[in-house]
Design a protein around this ligand. Structure first.
Ligand SMILES: Cc1cc2nc3c(=O)[nH]c(=O)nc-3n(C[C@H](O)[C@H](O)[C@H](O)COP(=O)(O)OP(=O)(O)OC[C@H]3O[C@@H](n4cnc5c(N)ncnc54)[C@H](O)[C@@H]3O)c2cc1C
Length: 427
């Protein structure tokens, strides 16, 4: 193993965190001003762990269509301004120029043509080296202090002074990758408000003892559904996509997207519940009418056969068992009350969520540094001049589909282009 590079005593720019946002920032900064001294620190000896595991190790780099509506958290106008300053086409060009071409898959998801996340990371690290920024890893920042027009950063490899500092430390999901939420304390100490954090894009744990608990019986089954989020007994959000039943509860894209809504409502101590519509787009009335029609057309067909025409048979069996309905019974024998009960439950199946699966299984963190405290044209702090914040540390979380990386590339480029002027202004 070659010796880890030494940490210099001083730099114009110190980026803390060599994840997607930190790497993009450093590359953009050096490209905008090759005379700028840029040092990137990371606490992990091999930075970029999240890029490597992302998108099932294929890295869903971005999405064909990204707008502020794909994100939750802080003020949408701020998110919009950042996204407009570095668009999807810019991300595609950024990667193409580094030798990584992308292709689009269903849902607008863009992946590298090689389908290898490691090619994405390798391209970023090579570009970083080519443009002359220094990566020092492992070097964990322990403290940042503002001293007149400089920052003093204490690290595991000794102190470093910076004219401007960039916090790119990520959120606190999957803390073993090195993103453990340490950056929130730095931001708070430098004057920022931290919107309380919760896991987001996390699987959900379901109560195995509830009357409608079926996950244990259908673990491994996946199907397209609609999840409806009810807060204080009113529908607030409808999400469509694939749900995967698991031994602990539920996962799959639509569940991951729903998790942040559940967690935020709980954080706010509001009454939240989730229901599943097994027939996306159908209402109780339309489904009841469909079952009535089926009983006339095929009176001798069993309820299970009818239900299994629209879903895996194991799921149909589990649903009928939970409702104490005899699946072998012919449609003609299904009482009006039972038919109505079945139709209601098929469009409003309760998910008795006990918790999210937590930060160890969450893809991102909701909450973080309040984005109204950031200038979206530069990503510079309005609270602490000379400090820049990029990526997931901010109170912005995207839905599944490449949106979180787009936020990292966009914030990184917006900051990177602004760093030279900020350094000159502080010298
Ligand atoms: C399993 C999984 C799959 C995902 N798949 C996708 C996907 O396909 N598409 C998508 O858009 N998003 C995906 N995401 C989300 C995406 O990975 C993150 O949103 C994105 O990586 C955030 O980038 P970031 O640079 O802000 O933070 P991070 O990638 O978390 O990087 C932060 C870096 O800062 C370092 N650091 C933290 N504290 C310190 C410190 N005190 N000193 C020094 N260094 C420090 C960490 O070691 C880390 O390297 C996935 C996430 C997970 C967990």
């Amino acid at each position: 193993m070659p010796d880890a590079p030494q940490i210099p005593s001083k730099s114009d720019v110190v980026v803390i965190g060599a994840g997607a946002a930190g790497l993009a920032t450093a590359i953009a900064a050096r490209r905008a001003d090759p005379s700028l001294r840029v040092v990137v620190l990371d606490g992990a000896s091999r930075p970029g762990a999240k890029i490597l595991i992302s998108g099932g190790t294929r890295c869903n780099v971005t999405n064909g269509a990204v707008t502020e509506a794909d994100f939750w958290g802080g003020r949408r106008t701020v998110v919009r301004n950042v996204l407009r300053a570095f668009r999807v086409a810019d991300t595609v060009a950024f990667f193409r120029d580094m030798g990584v071409t992308l292709h689009e898959e269903p849902g607008g998801k863009l992946f590298p043509d090689s389908n290898r996340a490691r090619d994405v990371l390798a391209a970023l690290l090579a570009a970083l080296e080519r443009c002359g920024a220094s990566l020092v890893a492992p070097a964990r920042a322990h403290r940042i202090e503002q001293q007149s027009s400089q920052f003093l950063i204490e690290t595991s490899r000794g102190p470093i002074e910076a004219t401007v500092a960039v916090l790119a430390t990520g959120g606190q999901s999957l803390p073993k990758t090195g993103s453990d939420g340490a950056g929130y304390a730095f931001a708070r100490d430098l004057g920022h408000t931290i919107v309380p954090t919760t896991p987001a894009l996390a699987p959900l744990l379901l109560d195995a003892t509830s009357a409608t608990s079926i996950h244990g019986a259908v673990s491994g089954v996946a199907l397209d559904v609609e999840i409806v989020i009810w807060i204080d007994n009113a529908v607030t959000t409808r999400l469509a996509g694939a749900l995967l039943w698991t031994h602990f509860g539920a996962s799959g894209p639509v569940v991951l997207d729903a998790s942040r809504h559940w967690a935020r409502a709980r954080l706010e101590q509001r009454a939240v519940r989730l229901t599943v519509n097994f027939f996306p787009g159908a209402t109780y009335e339309s489904l009841d009418a469909r079952w009535r029609g089926a009983a006339t057309e095929r009176p001798r067909s069993s309820i299970r056969t009818r239900l299994a025409a629209s879903m895996p048979e194991s799921l149909a069996t589990a649903i009928l068992r939970a409702l104490h309905l005899d699946g072998d019974q012919p449609l003609a024998h299904l009482s009006r009350a039972d038919r109505r009960r079945l139709a209601r439950m098929l469009v409003e199946w309760p998910l008795s969520v006990t918790e999210t699966r937590g930060y160890n299984f969450a893809e991102v963190t909701a909450g973080g540094v309040d984005i109204t405290e950031i200038d979206p044209s530069t990503m510079q702090s309005r609270r602490c001049p000379g400090l820049f914040l990029v990526g997931e540390i901010l109170d912005v979380d995207g839905r599944i589909g490449g949106f979180n990386f787009q936020w990292a590339w966009a914030t990184g480029h917006v900051a990177g282009r602004a760093l030279s002027a900020a350094v000159r202004a502080r010298q």
